[in-house]
Design a protein around this ligand. Structure first.
Ligand code: ZN
Length: 240
C-alpha cells in the first residue's frame, strides 16, 4: 500500500504553541504514529511543496491520501482539487481529518456546505464506537476519551453517511458524527473529527489506530485506468 499524508503545514511554522506540540509538523506526527501500523510506504507532503504537494507523479502513486488543512483551504488550486477528486472517483481512498471537513476537496466530494458548530476551548471529548463490527473499529474500545479537543457540533452539513462508526460527545454538551464513511465513484472516504492543531490528539495511540484502520478500509479494491466517461458503446451481441 502507498499512503500519502498531505498537510497544510502553516500553523506549525507560524504559531510556537502548535510547533511545541507538533515539532515535526502534524504530518510528521501522523507519519511517526502510522509507521507502527504496517501500512506499507508512507510519504508526507505539504501545501508549500512543488505542485502544492501533489504533482501527478505522486498522486498517481497514492492508494490512500490523508488530508489535514485548516486556514488556507482557498489556496489549494482548483486544478489540484479536480485531480484529487478524479483520483478518488477512480478508486483512491481518502481520509479527511478534523478541519479538512471544510477543504475544497471534501466539500466538492460531499456536494453540501460541510459546515458545523465549533468551539476551540480544549474541553473533554468522549468518543463512542457505535459500529463495533465495522473494520475501522477493529481493536478500538467501546469508548475512549480525549482530555482536550476542539468541540465540533451538529448540525454537520454533510450528506447522510453510508456508515457512522464513531460519535463524539463534548463536555460542553454537544454531540457530533465523528467518524463517517462514504463512497464516491470507486473511492472510499473516511472523515474523522479529532485533531485540532493546539491539542496533542495525533500523539494519542487510539486516535492513530483509528486513522490506520481508516486507511486500511479505504484501500482501493479496484482502480479505474482512466476517468469515468459518458459514451455510446456497441452491443456485445446482435440485438434483434
Ligand atoms: Zn481545529
Amino acid at each position: 500500500m502507498r499512503v500519502t499524508i498531505w498537510n497544510e503545514y502553516r500553523h506549525e511554522k507560524s504559531n510556537p504553541a502548535v510547533a511545541a506540540i507538533y515539532p515535526q509538523g502534524i504530518h510528521g506526527a501522523l507519519e511517526a504514529g502510522l509507521s507502527r501500523h504496517d501500512l506499507g510506504v508512507i510519504r508526507t507532503t505539504t501545501l508549500d511543496d512543488p505542485s502544492q504537494g501533489l504533482p501527478d507523479a505522486l498522486l498517481s502513486e497514492t492508494d490512500v491520501l490523508v488530508w489535514w488543512g485548516h486556514r488556507h483551504h482557498d489556496e489549494v488550486s482548483d486544478d489540484l482539487v479536480a485531480r484529487v477528486c478524479a483520483r478518488v472517483h477512480a478508486g483512491m481512498g481518502l481520509v479527511v481529518l478534523h478541519s479538512g471537513h471544510f477543504s475544497k476537496v471534501f466539500k466538492r466530494l460531499m456536494g453540501t456546505p460541510c459546515t458545523l458548530k465549533w468551539r476551540a476551548d480544549g474541553e473533554r471529548e468522549r468518543i463512542w464506537t457505535v459500529d463495533p463490527s465495522h473494520p475501522i473499529a477493529a481493536g478500538i474500545p467501546a469508548h475512549f476519551t480525549l482530555e482536550q479537543e476542539e468541540m465540533y457540533g451538529e448540525p454537520f452539513a454533510v450528506p447522510s453517511p453510508d456508515e457512522i462508526v464513531f460519535l463524539g460527545w463534548f463536555k460542553g454538551g454537544e454531540a457530533f458524527r465523528s467518524g463517517c464513511c462514504y463512497k464516491r465513484g470507486l473511492g472510499r472516504i473516511f472523515y474523522f473529527q479529532p485533531g485540532h492543531e493546539t491539542f496533542p490528539s495525533y500523539h494519542d495511540p487510539t486516535i492513530i489506530h483509528v486513522i490506520a484502520n481508516g486507511i486500511r478500509w479505504a484501500t482501493p479494491v479496484a482502480m479505474m485506468e482512466g476517468p469515468f466517461v459518458n459514451e455510446r458503446v456497441q452491443p456485445m451481441e446482435a440485438i434483434p
